[in-house]
Design a protein around this ligand. Structure first.
Ligand code: HEC
Length: 158
């Protein structure tokens, strides 16, 4: 009877040991599989993501509907010079929201040169003025007749 009890206890202990060992093996294998297949955020991928979004922010040369996405400027002769010159101190929006004749743009440039530290634009000035006068000119008047010109006034006689 006593021997029987002892062997039963031995079987219990062995059982527990086997279950424990199995648990350890399963955990180890699971850990190895996890390590082997885990493809978490590697610093390399993050870095390329950041530079991608930086590139998007600077929107290098993306063009939609003939317009430069980064600035909203129309792609045409002089565009590169205008983009390079007129977005250095302020957003292109300040250019886009204004409409002037060539003389009006010239006056703005002179004003910026005299008061805002804009440099002498040299040979680029004519190119910039051509571009601005073409793409950012006041719309022709609509809905009202154009003011009369060259009127010959006559003197009223009593
Ligand atoms: C050296 C810096 C600088 C550069 C380069 C520059 N601007 Fe400006 N500009 C300014 C400053 C400063 C203002 C005033 C901004 C404000 O009021 O917030 C201004 C204002 C303006 C305005 C608004 C003027 C108004 O009456 O409200 C226009 C239009 C403009 N700039 C067009 C241009 C164009 C076109 C170019 C390219 C030829 C250009 N800017 C380049 C500094 C600059």
């Amino acid at each position: 009877m006593k021997k029987n009890q002892e062997s039963q206890q031995l079987i219990k202990v062995l059982n527990t040991a086997v279950v424990g060992l199995l648990a350890i093996v399963i955990l180890l294998v699971g850990g190895l599989v996890f390590v082997a297949f885990y493809d978490g955020p590697s610093p390399k991928e993050n870095a390329s993501e950041t530079s991608n979004s930086l590139n998007t922010a600077l929107a290098a040369d993306e063009v939609v509907d003939g317009k430069d996405v980064a600035t909203g400027f129309v792609i045409d002769e002089g565009f590169e010079i205008v983009k390079a010159t007129c977005t250095g101190c302020h957003s292109s929006a300040i250019v886009l929201q204004n409409k002037f004749t060539r003389e009006g743009w010239k006056a703005k440039i002179v004003w910026m040169q005299e008061t805002q530290g804009l440099w002498d634009l040299g040979g680029n000035e004519a190119i910039i003025l051509d571009y601005l006068a073409k793409h950012h000119a006041p719309a022709p008047p609509t809905g009202r007749r154009v003011p009369l010109k060259d009127i010959e006034w006559y003197e009223l006689k009593n």
